[in-house]
Design a protein around this ligand. Structure first.
Ligand code: FAD
Length: 149
């Protein structure tokens, strides 16, 4: 297996209504739970009303195939790949897809996003990875699903 990590961000096309976002996120979470484990793909997904940012880890063919499917999804557009590289170990091993959002503090946003908003286009692959890892580690929320302001 060639262990690989791909990091991208995109613009959300989901209608800016609380209900629509939650409903679509639920569908995405269910698809991730259904499809990622059999492929050995793990990762994390950060989102707010404007952006998605996702880390996919696993065998490079499985990660590539998963990304190609996600890239065709009309719920987002303008995808920018920040990094796609071989890795020696996973950062999100125990997550078929960790959701990063609501329990994010302004401190965490300022530390990694250099603003009080989640703006992945202003972040590097490294700062995005650290941001996701920090939020997941500091979150006591067992729902694994939260929204970034
Ligand atoms: P679907 O069309 O959802 O389903 C295919 C078949 O599976 C259906 O015909 C049905 O028989 C069966 N099925 C559907 N729902 C269920 C169910 N609840 N229970 C049992 N059987 C069912 N997708 C991922 O897989 N992994 C990701 O990490 C991921 N990340 C995403 C990130 C973003 C930002 C976005 C916008 C989307 C993401 N998606 C992800 C969703 C992805 O784009 C596809 O919509 C999704 O993978 C399609 O799932 P599917 O191939 O199972 O097809």
């Amino acid at each position: 297996m060639y262990l690989f990590r791909l990091i991208y961000y995109s613009l959300s096309t989901i209608q800016a209504q609380e209900g629509s976002l939650q409903q679509e996120l639920k569908t995405i979470l269910l698809a991730s739970q259904r499809n990622n484990p059999p492929l050995g793909v793990s990762g994390a997904l950060a989102f707010n009303y404007n952006y998605f940012a996702q880390v996919l880890e696993g065998d490079r063919k499985a990660v590539t195939n998963t990304f190609c499917k996600i890239a065709k999804d009309p719920r987002h557009s303008d995808i920018v790949i920040l990094d796609a590289s071989p890795i020696s170990e996973r950062m999100f091993e125990s997550w078929n897809m960790a959701f990063v959002g609501g329990s994010v503090s302004e401190n965490q946003l300022r530390r990694y996003c250099t603003s009080s908003q989640f703006h992945p286009e202003k972040m590097t692959a490294v700062s995005l990875l650290r941001f996701m890892r920090d939020v997941i580690e500091s979150s006591q929320n067992s729902l694994k699903s939260v929204k970034v302001s």
